[in-house]
Design a protein around this ligand. Structure first.
Ligand code: NI
Length: 202
């Protein structure tokens, strides 16, 4: 009996010792865009690639509200969850949703080609537009939005630790609201609906 007991104790100790390690390996909760309270202006011009490989800039969406979200298609957690929430909130907005263009901007341009992104966003909702670009273009737009991103090695591959917030931008290109990934779709839809209503039909 005694050796078994010792073996169990050793196993439990090993499991306990592995806990902090597993927390490090698991993508940590990502901080909200830190830049917002840093006085930095969020948003601005960008040049990216659409699903058909065509050039897309901020001017491609004149008169539209934008819901901007950054991520990558191999994300195991925050991205798929948030895209499901975005699809739900678009449904919640009903006709008002037509004034809103959701953008999913890849932080992983090496792996997220326009085709990969298009297939991915379509899976969640046809209305979500996936944008990618050169590493320089992605860096530029991520910086403009104060997005935090860090490569995390995982065996012979990597994941990305990144900002999970969703940016609501008005047609003037100004940040109206930063929607935390913890918000429910219904709650976010209410806030966006109020912002759209307040801005009138313009
Ligand atoms: Ni993600």
């Amino acid at each position: 009996m005694k050796p078994t007991w010792i073996a169990s104790a050793v196993l439990i100790l090993l499991l306990l010792a592995a806990l902090p390690l597993s927390f490090q390996l698991w993508p940590a909760p990502v901080p909200l865009a830190a830049a917002v309270d840093g006085g930095q202006r969020i948003g601005g011009p960008f040049e990216l690639q659409g699903p058909d490989g065509r050039r897309v800039t901020e001017q491609s969406f004149e008169g539209q509200w934008l819901l901007v979200f950054f991520g990558f298609t191999r994300c195991a957690d925050v991205c798929p969850t948030t895209l499901v929430q975005i699809a739900k909130l678009l449904d919640g907005l009903g006709e008002q949703g037509a004034r809103l263009q959701p953008l999913f901007i890849s932080l992983d341009p090496e792996r997220d080609t326009p085709e990969v992104l298009a297939a991915y966003t379509r899976f969640f909702d046809e209305r979500i537009l996936g944008l990618t670009g050169s590493p320089e273009q992605i860096r530029q737009v991520a910086d403009a939005y104060g997005v935090y991103v860090r490569k995390v090695p995982m065996g012979d591959t990597y994941m990305l630790d990144h900002t999970g917030s969703v940016y609501l931008m008005n047609p003037a290109g100004e940040l109206v609201s930063l929607i935390s990934p913890q918000r429910t779709a219904a709650d976010a839809a209410r806030e966006i609906s109020a912002a759209l209503a307040q801005a009138g039909n313009g």
